[in-house]
Design a protein around this ligand. Sequence first.
Ligand code: EPZ
Length: 434
Amino acid sequence: MDVFRIEGGHSLSGTVEAGGAKNAALPIFAATLLTAGTCRINAVPDLTDIRFMGKILRYLGARVEQVGPHSWEIEAGEVHHRAPYELVRQMRASVCLLGPLVGRLRQAEVSLPGGCVIGPRPIDLHLKGLNRLGCEIDIRNGYVHVDGSGLHGDYLYLGGRHGSTVTGTANMIMAAVLAPGTTRIESAACEPEVVDLCQMLVKMGAKIHGIGSHYLKIEGVAELTGCEHTVLPDRIEAGTLLLAGAITNSEITVQNVIPGHMRALLDAMEGCGIPSEILPDERQITVHPTESPRNPVEIITLPHPGFPTDLQAQMLALMTLTPGLSFITERVYPNRFMHVPELLRMGAHVSMEGPSAVVKGVDKLYGAPIMASDLRASAALVLAGLAAEGETWIQRIYHLDRGYEKLEEKLNKLGARVERLNEDSIPRELVEAG
Ligand code: EPZ
């Protein structure tokens, strides 16, 4: 397994480009099951999760070809409806196969996704929605069996204890676009990634109204055609790169961004006293260094357009080096703080109060051997390593590769010193020190 060796303390400079959004590309890949036609998807990030979704689609019978570094061609001519445990358990996002399989084949058999370190990942809202659309749901032997022979448009409410559900909304939309009648979805997720999925489905012939709002109206059609679609820029990768500039007090520009998708982060950065500017073409954001000390912040993660939970860990890393007391509360995944124990190993001062982290800024973080645990926690540890004094070794970097394409190359292009090495490169004295 790979590890990162990061030599901290270097300021960054230059320009870096964000790639296509993982969390749009995954449901968009699933949506290709809705047609026997050929779909060409561009600006697809080159990630393990993407390649894995391609593998699942192949298993279901689709022709799946990577026709360029970031372009794929998928033709789901003849597909079957069963997604097996050994595949689904490896990637929770495969749950968004349910909707398109029911929409296209009127049946689905998908293994229940496991939980993961950021918390239990229930799909009760997905199943409640499919039930409202006339499906019979049966859970046995760890699989969800859906009989969609009675699929029909209907009204459904998707709000849950933690707000709406992103992949749940994607699933309901993908089931409804081919369901006879009209479907009205109340409390739909309106993340930009859901909007991108809807825009692709409209290109395929779907009739969806209210795109981008919490209220969607979908008129079912008989069939959908293939299309060509370019995935929108990844606001979470872009935010992570901006925070790399902030935590090293550098001037960097991130290209291929849609500032309108990043208002909550930009607002938090402004509150923290980090100067940034949206360049005139509205597709680039520059973060600037500042001589004055940063201000502590209070952040609560919420569904879009609130502060994204996927940037919580990265923001917390920045707060460990921001004077004063910052408060970060998770309203989406209350347990999403696996990065905290590792940051403590680097000298951070963080105490947990239920779903809230109280972060007392310190002058310095110190490099240490630490462990990645999930995608965004790994990104937070990389940011901390960039700013820390000395050498940081991060193990289990495969977590990072699920959602960031060549992150070390992008950071090194900006002047960072991040090496990807084999795990046996870690100095023994560091490993024995425990
Ligand atoms: C999507 O996950 C993203 N993944 C996650 O990004 C992201 O953190 C999350 O949305 C929230 O924005 C993909 O899009 C592939 P949810 P999803 O269903 O759809 C609860 C990353 O790092 N809930 O919106 O699985 C759930 O427990 C990943 O890129 C129910 O209670 O998230 C959570 O507390 C991590 N019942 C909240 O809702 C349900 O049926 C939001 O979950 C479904 C969800």
